[in-house]
Design a protein around this ligand. Structure first.
Ligand code: CMC
Length: 422
């Protein structure tokens, strides 16, 4: 069987053949043979915007792999820093490479004092931590103007290390500002997750201490969120990066996309939804409201996963381990009943709607002590590694600037009418 498709232009009767490569057909054959005829695909549901060797998702089978490694194995046996190295560099590190990477990331966690004292302090008292996070990423580009040289691979490497190292510091600074607490400096002898918890929650103690089960759960959540191929925010990072914007600006744009409730903002929305439902016996009424179209069931549905989201399965296990330490989150009963009701209902079954990564993550974050406003920031911290891996891959691919076409459906040419005559 030929691995190609044949397209016939019925206006002229002419045909052309396009090979199918890696499951896709190259649009340049279309462009060459049918100039001026554009694909209409506003939400990119059938468009592959790039070739990538970072993350493999097979949505129908619930498969997620980073650089070929199954997410289940990474969540069980790896740690976030190693996964970040894998995403950025393509291979798991040797001991020597890992030690150097951990050292580099640990020694780039500080920010310029102007950032804390002037930039962060300028926010309104009730600023949303995700809004602060997006802005502080963009502000970082002004502290590192040399990052503009995006074509230098060594420079790219340095900025990637800086960004992965600094995002927990930026995230925690936003939170501390929002609750009026002094900023906590990073500590070099703490691992990535514990250092973040310390910057978030340390008060007056000499050394912040955290149950290892808690930091392990947070690290697993970081691994699960580290990349997810061409989602809305990653596509944004690649698109903005294709204009050769510096990595801080590209990642700030990606974080802005993540902020939306259809994307990374869903974890906060899930918690608010559970609060609105309020009690176990109101679940059925809420489900009926979803079916009437009154509201969405947040944390359900995915563009790619149409069977189950493997991250949601791992998160449920991580939640059990956290609840053993913190006690059960009182909203868990409502969440479980929602899931059960939805999985047995034709509305959700026929549309292939299953719990996604955001359905249970918020319950864990809340039990770890994070307020709902921080949930999307917690998604963003590890996703920075994914965004940067894609940004870097895109630059290595000698990509052209992202510039889609449109189908113009507006007014035809008309003469300007002075305001007094309208
Ligand atoms: N609750 C109720 N109905 C839904 C939901 C939902 N959560 N998600 C999709 N549907 C319905 C939708 O109304 C449509 O129905 P119909 O065919 O009758 O018009 C059908 O299912 C197909 O949905 P869609 O909107 O065409 O699907 P999409 O691929 O464009 O959107 C999505 C995917 C994730 C944006 C959407 O499912 C959604 O809004 N979910 C809730 C928000 C959420 O949990 N987002 C987190 C996604 S996972 C983390 C991440 O990667 O960001």
């Amino acid at each position: 069987m030929a691995e190609s498709i044949t397209i016939t232009d019925n206006r002229t009767g002419e045909s052309f053949e396009v090979p199918i490569v890696h499951g896709g057909v190259d649009s340049s054959a279309w462009k060459k043979n049918l100039p001026g005829v554009w694909f209409t695909d506003p939400a990119f549901t059938t468009t592959a915007s790039c070739e990538s060797s970072i993350t493999d998702i097979k949505g129908d089978e619930g498969i997620l792999r980073y650089r070929g490694y199954p997410i289940e194995q990474l969540a069980k046996d790896s740690n976030y820093l190693e996964v970040a190295y894998l995403l950025v560099n393509g291979e798991l590190p040797t001991t020597e490479q890992y030690d150097q990477w951990a050292h580099d990331v640990t020694h780039h966690t500080y920010t310029h004092e102007n950032f804390r004292r002037r930039f962060m302090d300028g926010f309104h008292f009730n600023a949303h931590p995700m809004g602060m996070f997006v802005s502080s990423l963009a502000a970082m580009s002004t502290f590192y103007p040399e990052a503009k040289d995006v074509e230098d691979p060594e420079n790219r490497k340095l900025q990637i290390t800086r960004l992965i190292a600094k995002v927990p510091t930026l995230a925690a600074a936003g939170y501390r500002f929002s609750i009026g607490m002094p900023y906590v400096y990073p500590e070099n002898d703490l691992d990535f997750a514990t250092n973040f918890m310390s910057m978030m929650f340390k008060v007056a103690e000499d050394k912040y201490e955290c149950d290892p089960a808690i930091t392990k759960a947070l690290d697993i959540l970081f691994i699960l969120h580290a990349d997810h191929e061409q989602n809305c925010s990653t596509t944004t990072a690649r698109t903005v990066g294709s204009a050769h914007a510096d990595p801080y600006s590209s990642v700030a744009a990606a974080a802005a996309a993540l902020y939306g409730p259809r994307h990374g903002g869903a974890n906060e929305a899930v918690l608010r939804m559970l609060d609105d439902i309020g009690s176990y016996d109101r679940v059925d009424e809420f489900i009926e409201g979803v079916k009437r179209g009154d509201h969405k069931l947040m944390g359900f549905g995915h563009r790619v996963y149409k069977n189950f989201d493997p991250r949601a399965t791992i998160i449920k296990e991580a939640a059990d381990n956290v609840f053993k330490v913190t006690g059960t989150n009182p909203r868990l009963d409502i969440a479980l009943k929602l899931e059960e009701a939805a999985l047995n209902d034709d509305y959700f079954k026929s549309r292939k709607l299953y719990p996604n990564v955001d359905f249970y993550s918020g319950l864990i974050y809340q039990s770890l002590g994070f307020p709902p406003e921080m949930f999307t920031v917690l998604f963003a911290i590890p996703r920075v590694a994914g965004w940067l891996s894609h940004w870097s891959e895109m630059l290595e691919q000698d990509s052209r600037i992202a510039r889609p076409r449109q189908l113009y459906v507006g007014a035809d040419v008309r003469d300007y009418v002075p305001i007094a005559n309208r």
